[in-house]
Design a protein around this ligand. Structure first.
Ligand code: AKG
Length: 233
């Protein structure tokens, strides 16, 4: 860790390393979030999420702001890229939950190396499950476009669970019982950074609100073993 970094940044890096997540409030203004809503209105939505938002200039601009932010860039590797942005919306009309899991897929170009790993298609993207050494280098950055409260289905995480590699179902249950789940409450404009291997879940909302999130996946520019990112911003 670089000694010249201010104490806050070093503490943030340390917490991210130990716990696998960190909440950074006040990264984007309410005005920027409202501008994003205008853009999202133009994006045709089907179901709770859309995985292809990095195709839009406004989304690429957000990715660049994230990568260069002084609090966020120290959490990313030396040559970070954003590979994908997914929009998640919970609302009274789309009130959903997900069980505890790790994110183990990345969007890549469907070349020979990807075919060897086994490709699955979603929304026209090719996904593979890469080796754990790659997954350990990834960072998810979630921009919260609404205040995320205990009542609107916050992400729940099992602190430290990212350090155990890919987990079997019995290990997931054991780690949850041992470490418990923390609800990640993030104010509008804040960013939740997490390791995709961190166990995470989310419940249905209990009040009729909206919880809208842009979820960026970042990683190192170069992938090993012939794998090539679908997109690099
Ligand atoms: O946004 C949520 O509540 C769930 C997101 C999730 O499960 C994921 O990104 O894998």
């Amino acid at each position: 860790m670089e000694p010249s970094l201010p104490l806050f940044i070093r503490n943030t890096q340390e917490k991210f390393h130990q716990q696998g997540y960190v909440i950074l409030p006040q990264i984007f203004s309410a005005h920027i979030c409202d501008q994003v809503f205008d853009h999202l209105d133009e994006v045709v939505q089907s179901g709770p999420g859309s995985r292809r938002l990095l195709a839009f200039d406004w989304c690429q601009a957000l990715a660049k702001s994230l990568k260069s932010h002084p609090f966020i860039s120290p959490l990313l590797g030396p040559t970070p890229i954003a590979n994908q942005c997914t929009y998640f919306e919970k609302s009274p009309d789309q009130n959903w939950l997900v069980a505890l899991h790790q994110d183990v897929s990345i969007a890549v170009q469907p070349n020979a190396a990807a075919t060897q790993l086994g490709i699955s298609q979603k929304e026209g993207l090719s996904f593979v499950q890469p080796p754990v050494e790659i997954l350990e280098q990834l960072v998810a950055l979630r921009i919260h476009l609404d205040d995320c409260t205990p009542n609107n289905g916050p992400l729940k995480v099992v602190p430290g669970s990212h350090q155990q590699g890919r987990l079997s179902d019995p290990m997931i249950a054991k780690l949850r019982d041992h470490s418990g789940e923390i609800s990640c409450l993030v104010p509008k404009g804040g960013v939740l950074a997490l390791r995709p291997l961190l166990l995470h879940a989310s419940s249905k909302m209990t009040l009729p609100q909206r919880r809208r999130v842009l979820h960026f996946l970042c990683g190192p520019r170069q992938l090993p073993n012939g794998l090539v990112w679908h997109e690099t911003i």
